[in-house]
Structures are given as structure tokens and as C-alpha cells.
Write a protein that binds this ligand. Sequence first.
Ligand SMILES: Cc1cc2nc3c(=O)[nH]c(=O)nc-3n(C[C@H](O)[C@H](O)[C@H](O)COP(=O)(O)OP(=O)(O)OC[C@H]3O[C@@H](n4cnc5c(N)ncnc54)[C@H](O)[C@@H]3O)c2cc1C
Length: 306
Amino acid sequence: VLRVPILAAARSRHLGAAVARLPGSRAIVGRFVPGPGQDDALRVSRELTAAGLRVSLDHLGEDITDVAQVAAVVRAYTDLLTALAGEGLTERVEVSVKLTALGLDLDPAYALDAAHEIASAAAEADTTMTVDMEDHTRTDSTLDAVAALRRDHPHVGAVVQAYLLRTEADCRDLAGAGSRVRLCKGAYNEPISVAYQTKADVDSSYLRCLAVLMEGEGYPMVATHDPLLLEAAGRLVSATGRGPRDYEYQLLYGVRPDEQTRLAQTGATVRIYTPYGQEWYGYLMRRLAERPANVRFFLRALTSRS
Ligand SMILES: Cc1cc2nc3c(=O)[nH]c(=O)nc-3n(C[C@H](O)[C@H](O)[C@H](O)COP(=O)(O)OP(=O)(O)OC[C@H]3O[C@@H](n4cnc5c(N)ncnc54)[C@H](O)[C@@H]3O)c2cc1C
């Protein structure tokens, strides 16, 4: 019931500014976002890799309104990649990028050039880049951009969302050799014309998509915290004879940390998607929408501190 209004609120800049000013906000955000600066991203990367985990770092920001902002975003990523390489962390740490943070809606060619610059910096640092997927109005433009980026940088990862009706077909297109594909359920509010609406339908789509990716020749990145889907992924791994370097699990920073450790202890490759930066509002609201208990936690923290 709460998912739709929370996701609508996630798009409001005014509400975002108001929530950011509330005294209790910082404590809640800290559960899902380790901090605002590059130093926070590096600190958490050191901690997670020391614990045997891999990391994908996302510099928070999306839906920019002025292309003048793009240069700063690119700079944040290239500086981060230089620092990660300097610390010898790039074997285990990659970056995730949202194309609307690079101006996809304002000037797609410009956004592609910017993404290209980050992908080149990732390659130079000897690591990879994954392009996050946003709402369904951006699916085609994002997958087109990934295809264009892969011509020079085959390591660039794609993301597909099981809640979209189209995704099983997209998985078939993306399951070729060397193709890194993150499969998630999808975090936006999507209409019935393009997306499954019930958990049961989304979960069964996830299973079909996962089977396509696991049976294909690419590198599946299983992004979910759902116990049943994680178990199903384990069965598909055995059935398709994949080893721990042939796929990976991906979970979000702060979500089911015990499960993150348990999966890594089984010998599987486990990567933690870790956002950092000031622009946490949209990201936090999507995490709240995923779980009513998070909303209660959020409201309790706000009322106890304000
Ligand atoms: C690594 C990674 C990358 C992602 N990238 C994208 C992307 O590019 N585009 C996109 O649209 N979406 C992305 N998502 C989000 C994804 O689409 C889902 O919204 C999110 O993962 C919740 O779905 P779930 O598969 O965990 O299953 P759910 O059915 O939502 O959750 C299953 C169980 O996981 C736990 N859980 C799930 N979410 C939370 C939470 N927020 N807080 C606490 N516990 C929780 C609960 O125990 C819950 O019962 C990504 C998710 C992950 C893990």
C-alpha cells in the first residue's frame, strides 16, 4: 500500500530538501549509505574487501537538470577510480553509474560520451563499470548506451529488471559470451502496461530470466535479497555447472548483512552495491518502499530525534 506513494515522493525535489533537513535523517541514511565523501567510499571498500566481499560503488545522483553538472560527476568517478587503483582495491571494487546522472534526458549523446569517459577510466584502473537501470522510459536508451559502450569496453555491465514484461527477451539478447548482466526485481513504480504488478508474478519472471542468464554464456550477477530466489540461484548454479568465478551474488549495503557474509563463506563471489554522496534522497526512498519495516524505522528515528 505504501510503495506507490513513497515512490511518488521519491521524485519530489521539495520533499527531498525537507527530509534532508530533518535532524533524524542522517541516522537513517547511514544504514544504507556509508557517507557523503570519497573517503567514506574508500573506507567501506577497505572494510568490505577485507571481509572477503566485492564492492560496486555508486556516486549518488540522478535526474540532473543541467548538463553543466555532468563534468563534476565524471570527475567524481575518475578521481575515485584513481584512488581505488592507488590502494590496490580495483581487483575487488568496481563502479556503478546512472545515466540520468550524466544527462541522459537532456542530451543522450553527451551522456554517452561521459559514460565512455568513466568506462575508460575503469578499464585503465583494471576494473569494470556497470550501468544501473532506471525507470521503463529509459530502458531502451540505457540498453542502447550499454551496447555502444561495449564496442570499446566489453566489460561494461548491463542491468535488467524482472518486473518488466520485456526482460526475459532482453535476457536472451544479453546472454552472450562475456556479457556481464545484473538481474534485479526493479525498484520503480511502473504501470501495468509494461510491468508485472504482484510479487508472485515478479518472482516467477525473475526465475525465468535467471534461468536464461545461467544457461547462457555470459556472467550473471544475481542481485536480490530474496531467500527463495537466492536458493533457486544456487540450484541453477549447480545444474549449469558454474564455478564461483562464473557468476556472482549482489546485495545492497546495509541489507541482510548476515546473509552477505554467509554467502561469501560458501565460497561464492558476493558484491555489495554501495552508494555514497550527498544526493541520497531518491535512493533512500526506494529502499523504504521495498520494506514497510524500514518506513517504521525511519519514522521512529525522525520522531525520536526531532
Ligand atoms: C546489487 C543490487 C543492485 C540493484 N540495482 C538496481 C538497478 O540498477 N535498478 C533497479 O531498478 N533496481 C535495482 N536494485 C533494487 C532491486 O530492483 C529491488 O528493488 C531490491 O533489491 C529489492 O528486491 P529483492 O530482490 O531484494 O526482493 P524483495 O522481495 O523486495 O525482498 C526480499 C527480502 O529481502 C529483504 N529486503 C529487501 N529489500 C530490503 C530493504 N530495502 N531493506 C531491508 N531489507 C530488505 C527483506 O528481508 C525482504 O523480505 C538493485 C538491487 C541490488 C541488490
